[in-house]
Each structure stands twice: as structure tokens, then as C-alpha cells.
Design a protein around this ligand. Structure first.
Ligand code: S3P
Length: 436
């Protein structure tokens, strides 16, 4: 598919439900006894992989005609042995969180994934979960496909995260749910806190202590009992990032993105774009389902280059690809560092973005832990392609946005991965008038 120079974008749109919260809604509801209801669930392939896995282990999960999801859980510790391998598709979150959940259940499960997921490191979860008593047979390099055997009872863990990862934190906390005693996770650099908020919401005894230097100490009392909940999932800020950057870059645009999750642990891109000179206004800030939410009014703006503090990385970890597109249109040079985690996402996002940006005429220097981008000062990018998206939804959407501000258009080799997180991406761009 080729994306070409767009006229000014206008209108009001809403993005689908938050992916992180959607996964957790299904997993925690599947562990509560009784019926939970989830409104606004992201119906993307990644979340549907989680739903299929929870069904395969005994939860009853149905979507009604109004789009509300109804989940009857089995109780903490009640998951059943799945009869076939759990197909995780492209979803690292499904894989790592479910490995945690199963680590304290008396069952054996095999996880498989697509070519992208099968390249991603799993030692970051197998190592702590093995200390809790689970055992793993992995493919070379601690990768998928892998088979795990849970431990019941598991041994509670006191763990300091060696990498800033909400998936690793969440895997350990989920394992702790069915583990006698207290599971403790020490998080030196804060990451998204949806697991903590939701575990508490479901009735688990969970405490967070924040030390003077910002280190978070999370304690969870095991053998928890979860109570069914009514959940409203806010719009995904990681999906809102694409129309947000598009509206800033396409001259004359004025766009409203409704119902966007604004949790501080996720909102780093908004801060960054504002520092670059972007006009983004939060309208009607409110709370939905225990999460801060607002509508974003975005007006096209001239941007300037930045050198963002790497400490901000976890709060916008999934937004760097589209932030690099914003930098490519900014005035001056941007230097992004401290981003080694980007090399183990759905693709190596430093290498994939560097190659794609070069292919559309942007001058970049790839660093071990980041990238240096020379901005065009607002002049359209040359364009070209096809861009190799490497089964990475966020690469595809980032270069689609680049196409809207290009001279010759940007061709994307494969838009199919977009269905993992943002199935309505192309129709949403059409609503804004971005597509011919
Ligand atoms: C996620 C955590 C992040 C993020 C991913 C979703 C989550 O991964 O990139 O898209 O829902 O916990 P890491 O924990 O690997 O940083």
C-alpha cells in the first residue's frame, strides 16, 4: 500500500482500546470467579490470541452483539491444562504475561509464535519464573517455541528488575497470584503500571512503595481471590500516537482524538512532541475505569529537533518509531539514546527505522543504543520504498504517516501486521481525509 501527500487533516476520531489493558482485562477476568464485563476491548489479533489462550485453559469468554465482552473465570489456581499448543501470533505481551500466569499452575503448556515473536528473547521471564519453580524447554537462545511446566505450589520471589520491562514485572506479579506468601518486585525505573492498578481493582492485596530516588517496590500477597469486575478500556495512547503525529506534520491540520488514556507511565510522547513545539491540548480530562483519560486537540505545528532524556524511554517505549518520523520533519538534528530495548521489539526498531528512513531520503546515523536524525525543517520527505516492515505493526503505521508528508509517496511492503493492534488504522486515516 502506498501513502501519499495528504491535504490538511480534520475531524474527530477515536482509537481502539488500550492493548496492555485489554490483555490484562482478559487474563484477570479469567481468574475471577463469576462474570466480568469488558467494554472497549481492543479486538486486535494480539488480544484475540490472549482470549483464545484463556478459553483453551477453561475460561468462558464471549462477545455480545453490542461489543461487550463477558468472561466467566475459573478462580486463581483454576486454569486447566490446554490440550494444544498456545498460538501467540505476534504478541510478546500475551506470551510473557501468560508464562507468568502459568508458572504457578500445575500444568504444562507449549507456546508458539510467528517469525517475529520467535526471534524475541524470553530469558528475561524464564529466569525469574524458574526461580519460582517453573521449568522450561526453550528453542536455542531462550526463544519460542518453548514448553513450560508450572510449579504448584510455586516459591515466592523477591526480584529486582534488571531491565525496565512492564512485561517482566507483570509476569512475576501474575505468577505471585497463585503462590503462597509475598511476591516482591523492585522496579528501579518505573514502567507502565496497569498490572498494579488492575490487580488492586480485582481485589488482590498489592502495595506500592516509592523510594526517594523513584524506585518502586511492589508487594503482592499470594493465594489471592479475585472478584469479577466491570471494566471500561480507555483508548490506546500508543495507537493515538499515529494520528497525533500525522496531524502535527500535515500543514493546516486540526484533529481531535477522543478518549485517549493519559496514564503518566504511558504519556511520554505527548511531553516530547510538546517540547518539539507541537500543539496538543488535553480537553475534558476525566477518569475512566481507574485510568486518567482525555480528548486530544492537535494542531499542525512547526517542530524542532530534540535530544530526549533516556529516562523517559519506558513512558513512550512503543512510540519511538513514530517519534522518529516527527524528528525527520523537524528543524535541526534529533539525538535519541538509551534505547537498546528497541532492538528486541516486534522488529529491531532501531535498524528497521534507520533503513526505512534512509530509503525515503532522510539522513540518519544508527547508534548501538539509538539514532541521530537530521530533520527536513518541515520540507516534504522525498519518499520511496517499499519499506520492509518486518512483521512490525508500528513500523508499518509510522511510515504510513511519513507518506502523508512526502513528495513521491511511501510504499509499505505489508500492512497486514497493523491488525495486531490497530485494525481500524486505515479507515481512521480516511475519516481524517488523509487518503485520496
Ligand atoms: C507492554 C510492555 C512493553 C511494551 C509492550 C506492552 C505491556 O514491553 O513495549 O508493547 O503491556 O506490559 P516491555 O515490557 O518489553 O518493555
Amino acid at each position: 500500500m502506498t501513502f501519499t501527500a495528504a491535504p490538511a487533516l480534520s475531524g474527530s476520531v477515536a482509537v481502539p482500546g488500550d492493548k496492555s489493558i485489554s490483555h490484562r482485562s482478559l487474563m484477570l477476568s479469567a481468574l475471577a470467579v463469576g462474570e466480568s464485563r469488558v467494554e472497549g476491548l481492543l479486538e486486535g489479533e494480539d488480544v484475540l490470541a490472549t482470549a483464545a489462550a484463556m478459553r483453551a485453559m477453561g475460561a468462558d469468554i464471549e462477545r455480545d452483539a453490542d461489543g461487550i465482552w463477558h468472561i466467566h473465570g475459573v478462580g486463581v489456581g483454576g486454569l486447566l491444562q490446554p490440550e494444544t499448543a498456545l498460538g501467540m501470533g505476534n504478541s510478546g505481551t500475551s506470551t510473557r504475561l501468560l508464562m507468568g500466569l502459568l508458572a504457578s499452575h500445575d500444568l504444562t503448556a507449549t507456546f508458539t509464535g510467528d517469525a517475529s515473536l520467535s526471534k524475541r528473547p524470553m530469558a528475561r521471564v524464564t529466569e525469574p519464573l524458574a526461580r519460582m519453580g517453573a521449568s522450561f524447554t526453550t528453542s536455542p537462545g531462550d526463544r519460542l517455541p518453548l514448553t513450560m511446566r508450572g510449579a504448584c505450589p510455586a516459591v515466592p520471589l523477591d526480584y529486582r528488575l534488571p531491565v525496565a520491562s512492564a512485561q517482566v514485572k507483570s509476569a512475576i506479579l501474575l505468577a505471585g497470584l497463585n503462590t503462597p506468601g509475598i511476591t516482591r518486585v523492585v522496579e528501579p525505573i518505573p514502567t507502565r503500571d496497569h498490572s498494579e492498578r488492575m490487580l488492586r481493582g480485582f481485589g488482590a492485596e498489592l502495595d506500592v512503595e516509592v523510594e526517594a530516588d523513584g524506585t518502586r517496590i511492589i508487594t503482592l500477597v499470594g493465594e489471592a481471590e479475585l472478584k469479577p469486575q466491570q471494566i471500561v478500556v480507555p483508548g490506546d495512547p500508543s495507537s493515538a500516537a499515529f494520528p497525533m503525529v500525522a496531524a502535527l506534520l500535515v500543514p493546516g491540520s486540526q484533529v481531535t482524538i477522543a478518549n485517549v488514556g493519559l496514564n503518566k507511565t504511558r504519556a511520554g510522547l505527548i511531553d516530547l512532541l510538546r517540547e518539539m513545539g507541537g500543539s496538543i491540548e488535553v480537553i475534558n480530562p476525566r477518569e475512566v475505569g481507574g485510568e486518567p483519560v482525555g480528548d486530544l486537540a492537535v494542531t499542525a505545528s512547526a517542530l524542532k529537533g530534540v535530544e530526549p532524556d533516556p529516562a523517559r524511554a519506558p513512558s513512550m517505549i512503543d512510540e519511538y518509531p513514530v517519534a522518529f518520523i516527527a524528528a525527520a520533519l523537524a528543524q535541526g538534528r534529533s539525538v535519541f539514546r538509551g534505547l537498546e530495548e528497541l532492538r528486541v521489539k516486534e522488529s529491531d526498531r532501531i535498524a528497521t527505522m534507520a533503513a526505512g528512513l534512509r530509503a525515503i531520503g532522510v539522513t540518519v546515523e544508527e547508534l548501538e543504543d539509538g539514532i541521530i536524525i537530521e530533520g527536513s525543517g518541515g520540507a516534504p520527505l522525498a519518499g520511496g520504498g517499499p519499506i520492509a516492515t518486518k512483521l512490525d505493526h508500528r513500523i508499518a503505521m509510522s511510515f504510513a504517516v511519513a507518506g502523508l508528508v512526502s513528495r513521491d509517496g511511501v510504499m509499505i511492503d505489508d500492512m497486514a501486521p497493523v491488525a495486531t493492534s490497530f485494525p481500524t488504522f486505515v479507515p481512521l486515516l480516511r475519516t481524517l481525509g488523509a487518503l485520496a
